[in-house]
Design a protein around this ligand. Structure first.
Ligand code: SAM
Length: 310
C-alpha cells in the first residue's frame, strides 16, 4: 500500500506479547496488564497476519516483549509461512530461548532472526539486563547451525553503562559472519538513559569503511578490512530514515502504530470481530502515517519499547 507521501508500506512488525524475562534499562517497564491471558489468541494472530497480507504487506517480523515466550510461536510461524503473502518472515529475540527453539522455528518456516545483545560481559549481562550470556551465545550458534541467517545483532550503546564495549562488538563482527548493528537510543517512556550517536562511534573507529551499497534497509553498513562480518548503524535520532520507512507496528494489545516516533495510534480492538473493518483500519493507519518522526522535537513516546514492539 502507498501512504500519502508515496511511500510503500508493506512491512508489519507484530508484537506478540509485552512480557519479557529481561530487565534492559532502556526498554523494559512493566506498565501493568502484561498477563499471558490478556494476549491475542493464536487464531487472532494468524487471522490478523492474513488480513495484513491481503492489504499488501509482504514482510512480517514478530517481536515483543519477547516473542519466544509464547508457546504457540511455531504454530504462528507455520501458519504465516503457509500464506502466499510474505517474502520475509523474521523474528527479533533476546536469544535466551533460541537454542531450544531454533530447529523448530526453522522447520516452521522462519527465515531469519535478529538477536539483541547489549554486552559481551557475562556479569554485566546478568546484573544489568538479567540475561544469561551463555544462553545468548548458544542461540547464536543455533542460528548458524539451522540456517536462520543472515544474522543481525542489535546493540544499543548507553553512556556510562556499556560504551566501553564498542570495540568488542566491532571485534565480534570481525570474527563472525554477522552484522552488529548499533541502534541509537530512542527516548521511550520515562527512560533516563543517555545514548551515543552512530556518528560518534564512526569518529572513534575510522578503520570502519563503508561497504559498497552501504544502505541496507534502515542501516548504513561498514566493515573493517578482512572482517567476516559488517557493522551497521541505525540512526533514527541523528539522521532519520523516514523518507524510506515502510513500517507499520501492531502492539500486543491490538493497536496500530504507524510511526514509532509519533504517539498516533489506531485501535483494532473494537473491530476485532469484523475482517472488513480491520482492513479499513489498516488502510486508515497507512494513510495517516506521519511524514517524519518527532524525535528531533523534545518528544518522548507514550510507551516503552517492550509495550510497543521493538
Ligand atoms: N525481546 C526482543 C529482543 O530483546 O530483541 C524483542 C523486543 S525488544 C523491544 C527489540 C529491540 O528494541 C531490542 O533490540 C532493544 O534493544 C530495542 N530497544 C528497546 N528500547 C529501545 C530504545 N529506547 N531505543 C532503541 N532501541 C531500543
Amino acid at each position: 500500500m502507498k501512504d500519502t507521501f508515496g511511500r510503500t508500506v508493506d512491512y508489519l512488525r507484530f508484537s506478540l506479547t509485552k512480557r519479557c524475562q529481561l530487565t534492559c534499562p532502556h526498554c523494559a517497564k512493566n506498565e501493568g496488564g502484561c498477563l499471558k491471558e490478556s494476549e491475542m489468541k493464536t487464531d487472532t494472530v494468524i487471522r490478523l497476519s492474513r488480513l495484513f497480507g491481503e492489504c499488501g504487506f509482504r514482510k512480517i517480523r514478530f517481536t515483543g516483549g519477547e516473542p519466544l515466550l509464547r508457546n504457540d510461536i511455531c504454530e504462528i510461524i507455520s501458519a504465516v509461512s503457509d500464506m502466499p503473502f510474505y517474502d520475509d518472515i523474521a523474528l527479533t529475540t533476546n536469544g535466551q530461548l533460541l537454542a531450544l527453539l531454533a530447529s523448530d522455528l526453522k522447520q516452521s518456516g522462519l527465515h531469519r532472526v535478529n538477536i539483541s545483545l547489549n554486552t559481551l560481559n557475562a556479569q554485566r549481562s546478568k546484573e544489568m539486563f538479567g540475561a544469561d550470556l551463555s544462553n545468548t551465545f548458544s542461540g547464536i550458534e543455533a542460528v548458524f547451525r539451522h540456517g536462520l541467517t543472515p544474522l543481525k545483532i542489535n546493540t544499543v550503546i548507553l553512556k556510562g553503562q556499556n560504551d566501553d564495549e564498542i570495540a568488542d562488538f566491532i571485534a565480534l563482527a570481525h570474527e563472525y559472519p554477522l552484522t552488529v548493528r548499533f541502534i541509537e537510543l530512542m527516548p521511550m517512556g520515562d527512560s533516563k538513559e543517555e545514548g551515543i550517536s552512530g556518528a560518534q562511534i564512526l569518529r572513534m573507529y575510522p578503520q570502519l569503511l563503508p561497504v559498497e551499497n552501504k544502505a541496507d534497509g534502515v542501516a548504513m553498513n561498514y566493515r573493517e578490512s578482512n572482517a567476516k562480518g559488517t557493522v551497521g548503524f541505525i540512526n533514527p535520532i541523528s539522521s532519520c530514515f523516514c523518507d524510506s520507512c515502510s513500517r507499520m507496528r501492531l502492539t500486543a494489545d491490538g493497536t496500530l502504530r504507524p510511526c514509532l516516533g509519533n504517539n498516533l495510534e489506531i485501535p483494532l480492538v473494537d473491530v476485532m470481530y469484523n475482517n472488513d473493518l480491520i482492513k479499513q483500519r489498516i488502510q486508515d493507519a497507512v494513510r495517516q502515517k506521519p511524514c517524519k518522526n518527532s524525535f528531533s522535537k523534545a518528544f518522548i513516546t507514550n510507551r516503552t519499547m517492550n509495550n510497543l514492539g521493538g
